[in-house]
Every structure is written in C-alpha cells, then in structure tokens.
Design a protein around this ligand. Structure first.
Ligand code: CUA
Length: 352
C-alpha cells in the first residue's frame, strides 16, 4: 500500500493518537482506586544489568546528539547562507561533482560510529548474559499467561501471581535472583526496567535472567511484547523486601488457605461454580491452574495483573464482571447476581 502524506491525514493521525491517549487516561481514572498512572521508571537502575543498560543508553544518546546537532546546525547555516537571494532567477545553481576527501569522510566516519556502537552493545549484552550463578541465589520460575504472570518458588513450594516478592541482601549486599522464564501460551516479555532489560518468555523454551539488588522497594514492570488484546494490562510488580519480611511472606504463602466458617456459604458457592476449574485455593477441591492461584489473594496489593488496587470494592466489581475492567480477559462474566458476587467476595476477602 502506498502511503501518501497529506496535512489532513496527519491531523487525523495526531487526532487518533490523542484520542487513544485520552481514552487510556480516562480508563485509568474510571477504574477508581487506581494509583494515577503508575508507570515503570527507566534510567534509575537498582541492579547491575539495569546499570549497564542505562550507561549504554546515555552513550548512544550522547553520540547521536552530537550527530544531530552537527547535521541540523550545518543544515541551518547552509539554508540561510546559500538561499536564493534573487527570487526572480530561475536558473539552476552550478552542478558540481563533490570532493573526494569529503566523500571519503562522510562514508568512513558513520562506518566507524556504527562499528563502535555495535561493539559497545555487544559488550553490554555479554556483560548481562555472563552474570554468574552466585551463592544464596533465589530461584523463581516465571510463567507468562494471557494476561497475567505466575511466579513459582520451587524451594518453598510457593505459587503466586503478578506480584513477585524477593529479598534484598543484608548490610547493603545485593541478593542475587535467578529467573527461569517460560510461557503457557504466546510470547510475552518480562520487563522491570529498574532491575534488568527485557527478556522474552517463549512457549516450549526456557530463558533465564539474573539480577541482584540491595534496595528495598516496589519495582514496576510491564509485559513488553505484544501478546494479544490485553497486553497493555499485563503489568507486574516486584516487591523487594528485607530478608526477615521475605521469610515472613514465605511462611504465610506456605500455609493452606484460611478456613473461616463464617464465610462457608461463599466458599461453597465458589466451589460450585466454574471458578474452581481455573483457580487453585489450597486445602479445597479448587485446583485449576488456568488462572492465578488465589490461596493468599489478600496478600496481594493489586488485581487483574496490576491494573487496579486490591480493595473490597474493586474485588466485587472484578468478580461481578471482569470484562468491564479488562475487556477480553480470559475470566468470563459468570452472570452472577450482585448478592452472589458479594457472597463469593466475602469468602475471597478472608484469603489472607
Ligand atoms: Cu504479555 Cu504482552
């Protein structure tokens, strides 16, 4: 298809882009209880791989900025200095063949720049890839699903979703983390810019990622490979906590689900519906693995892969009709009455 540029076309393109941005902002606001536009932060590394990427970015930016200002400056000078001062003249300027030294210079210089940039990129890649296995490494298996993340801690038999909890080293030491990245369906990409670069999660293939940090924090990330309708709503959080807090979290996650007799009706309702086919709640007949493990749902801060806060009100809206919050997501509208949804939510709220 031929692309013809026209002012009208560009206006409508700009229009469409602004409408899309406005819609995105509106949807964020309309969801309520959402942190306003919490986006992943880049260029503020908290781990060695992220540092190499930031340094590489700044180097490339510096080199390309110099080129930009040289070219734009020269263009400006020539436009002003050699403009046609006699507007009536219709003669062409003299046609001259260029000069050999200049031809050589602008062929060789870009070639050198490309080689230098290529080499530094390769060096950074090797540096990140060669990160060795270190003692005390925490191993986590990450599985990408349409459109959520599953985190498994094989050493402790813990499975959770969308919010990865990791320990930071003690005394300013960086605790090494080792991720095995896999996919249950299509290609996704794990990207938490403050911790490391993007790495794809590919079906039937295991990729690895290593990073280490000493900074207690919440690191925001995002799926970085288009993976279907709800790709943009496939956010992720990494909670880096102290060793003690991490251990406490593990202890809670290892326990079976809380069984509170006061919400027996909600539990029964949950187990009688298709919910149990997709979700696991340990200690109950619900052992589905298609959706996130809900055993300790209330230990998580967000719902629907990081797009809304995990509050009772949001949970009710989510259970009542997930399609309103995340259109096209794999969790269907179960056509529950408000009362039925409430009974299930009352039960879910006890899953601490
Ligand atoms: Cu998963 Cu994009």
């Amino acid at each position: 298809m031929e692309f013809i540029w026209s002012p009208a076309g560009s206006v409508s393109l700009i229009g469409r882009v602004s409408v899309a941005i406005a819609a995105l902002l509106a949807s964020r606001v309309a969801l309520g209880d959402t942190d306003p536009l919490q986006l992943p932060v880049i260029l503020d590394p908290a781990s060695p791989p992220a540092e190499s990427i930031r340094d590489l970015f700044l180097l490339v930016l510096a080199i390309t900025s110099v080129i930009f200002f040289l070219v734009a400056g020269a263009l400006l000078v020539f436009v002003i200095r050699f403009r046609n001062k006699h507007t009536s003249a219709e003669t062409e300027p003299p046609q001259i063949y260029g000069s050999m030294p200049i031809e050589l210079a602008w062929t060789v210089a870009p070639l050198l720049i490309v080689v230098v940039l290529g080499l530094v990129v390769i060096r950074s890649l090797i540096e990140i890839k060669a990160e060795p296995s270190r003692p005390g490494e925490v191993k986590i298996r990450v599985t990408g699903h349409q459109w959520w993340w599953e985190f498994e801690y094989p050493k402790w038999g813990v499975i959770t979703a969308n919010e990865m909890v990791i320990p930071v080293g003690t005394d300013g030491q960086q605790r090494p983390i080792h991720l095995k990245l896999e996919s249950a369906d299509v290609i996704h990409s794990f990207w938490v810019p403050r911790l490391s670069g993007k790495t794809d999660l590919i079906p039937n293939h295991v990729n690895e990622m290593r990073f280490r940090t000493s900074l207690k924090n919440t690191y925001l990330g995002q799926c970085a490979e288009y993976c279907g309708t709800e790709h943009a709503k496939m956010l992720l959080r990494v909670e880096a906590r102290t060793e003690d807090d991490f251990q406490k979290w593990i202890d809670i996650q290892q326990k079976p689900a809380v069984e509170n007799p006061e919400v027996a009706a909600g539990r029964k309702k949950f187990l009688s519906l298709a919910c149990a086919n997709c979700h696991t709640i340990s200690g109950t007949p619900a052992v589905g693995t298609f959706g996130p493990n809900l055993t300790h749902l209330m230990s998580r801060q967000t719902l629907a892969a990081g797009i809304i806060k995990n509050t009772p009100k949001n949970l009710l809206r989510w259970v009542h009709d997930p399609q309103v919050i995340k259109e096209g997501c794999r969790m269907p509208d179960m056509h529950l009455s408000q009362a039925e949804a409430q009974v299930i939510v009352d039960y879910l709220l006890t899953l601490k």
